[in-house]
Ligand binder design. Structure first.
Ligand code: ATP
Ligand code: MG
Length: 398
């Protein structure tokens, strides 16, 4: 197969491949960008595989960055774009079910493609658009199938993260994992527990934000992978229910966490524990706690103005999105409209400050904070106008 019209990203990268080839080495486009181009999807980063060793690559280009030189990866900087360029490798011994103990550079493309995870990810493309397909990846792409390269049992035993990658590609691409590969995932599911949770997290989020998470979640249930995700084990019923409901992906990572924690019925402290086990960023925890609270309320009925205000503009769409997935009516338009119509949208818009209140004779300290909080509530709920004099009067008459 030869692609006649390459996307702009590849056109721009062609001179890079040509430079490597003119020096007597082989160089190919590989990985997700080749797969996604054949699928007619937009591509983001263009990866290159080459027979040249890292130091040889560095000798050929003016500007390179050692992004992962011990794995053979050098980034070539060209016209302001970075190209991850990795020397052909064969990965031999794995003792811990995660990363190979050693990376062996080889000069053969076939060796390199053999160590890749799925046939659809093991395609290579020359700079002229010619596709090299040693494992029938093109047929699998056409038939929408995910199939391990080589012996599936061995491949998941070598690297257990590949199992999560399989279910996330099923979701992102709306593909079916072939029976043999699915069976091998079932056999090795418990090895997922050996994988660094940060890496599992990346795949889980890609799955939930993918095109058909229903597929990915169903595959996780069928293979048992779900049991080896942190804190999933007590929530089988909720996960089975989600597998039915997730007919399309959630719009963000925050929405994904909000969905899981709301479906699992976690309260605020339980969300902290859950997200810490998943090693998420701390600021994500706060956002999820807020969105979760609001989504839970939306599951029970409409929000009061105060509840709406507390959720805030940034998270109201997320909370509504999650509530809708879990069966609530879609109130997005009315919530957004009501939020915009509130007297204030956040504390900063309150017409009075702590300083104003101190000038009016109120002592600093926790009480001052409580008074400000009360004024905020009164303004939001409409019992006092957002007017400095009115607010000071309200504060000093109590
Ligand atoms: P995405 O579009 O999400 O970037 P991708 O297929 O490019 O998808 P990457 O994680 O960027 O995924 O990996 C690039 C390529 O490296 C893959 O297409 C695959 O060939 C190979 N690869 C990545 N991770 C593994 C793995 N764990 N085992 C074997 N091959 C892998
Ligand atoms: Mg990629």
């Amino acid at each position: 197969m030869k692609l006649e019209h390459l996307p702009q990203e590849f056109e721009l990268a062609r001179p890079v491949l040509q430079t490597i080839e003119q020096a007597g080495y082989e160089a190919y486009f590989v990985g997700g960008s080749v797969r996604d181009t054949i699928l007619g999807k937009a591509i983001h980063d263009v990866d290159i595989a080459t027979s040249a060793y890292p130091k040889e690559i560095k000798g050929l280009f003016k500007r390179t960055v050692d992004t992962g030189i011990e794995h053979g990866t050098v980034m070539i900087l060209d016209h302001g774009t970075g190209y991850e360029t990795t020397t052909f490798r064969s990965e031999s011994t794995y003792t811990d079910f995660r990363r190979p103990d050693q990376v062996t550079f080889v000069r053969s493309l076939a060796e390199d493609l053999k160590r890749r995870d799925f046939t659809i990810n093991a395609l290579a493309m020359r700079e002229n658009g010619e596709v090299i397909d040693l494992f029938d990846g093109l047929t699998d792409l056409q038939q929408k199938r995910i199939r391990a390269v080589g012996n599936a049992q061995e491949r998941f035993h070598e690297d257990a993260l590949r199992m999560m990658r399989a279910v996330r590609f099923a979701s992102q691409l709306d593909f079916t994992i072939v029976p043999d590969t699915l069976a091998a995932i079932t056999d090795h599911a418990q090895l997922l527990a050996k994988i660094a949770v940060e890496r599992t997290q990346v795949e889980l989020l890609k799955l939930l934000t993918g095109k058909t998470p229903q597929r990915g979640v169903t595959d996780m249930l069928a293979t048992g992978l779900w049991q080896y995700c942190p804190d999933f084990a007590p929530h089988e019923t909720a996960i089975r229910d989600l597998a039915q409901r997730l007919t399309h992906g959630v719009s963000s990572d925050i929405a994904a966490w909000t969905l899981l924690t709301t479906a699992f019925g976690l309260d605020t402290p339980a969300i902290t524990t859950f997200m810490k086990h998943w090693k998420t960023a701390n600021q994500a925890i706060n956002a999820v706690q807020t969105a979760n609270k609001t989504a839970t309320l939306l599951g029970q009925g409409d929000l009061s103005d105060w509840q709406l205000y507390q959720c805030g503009r940034q998270l109201i769409a997320t909370a509504n999105e999650v509530a809708v997935i879990l069966g609530a009516p879609d109130r997005r338009a009315s919530l957004t409209e009501r939020l915009a119509a509130l007297p204030i949208r956040n504390k900063k818009e309150l017409a009075v400050t702590g300083k104003d209140l101190m000038q009016a004779g109120i002592q600093p300290g926790p009480q001052l904070g409580a008074i400000l909080g009360d004024l905020e509530y009164r303004v939001v709920t409409g019992s006092v106008a957002n007017d400095r004099a009115a607010l000071v009067a309200q504060a000093t008459t109590e």
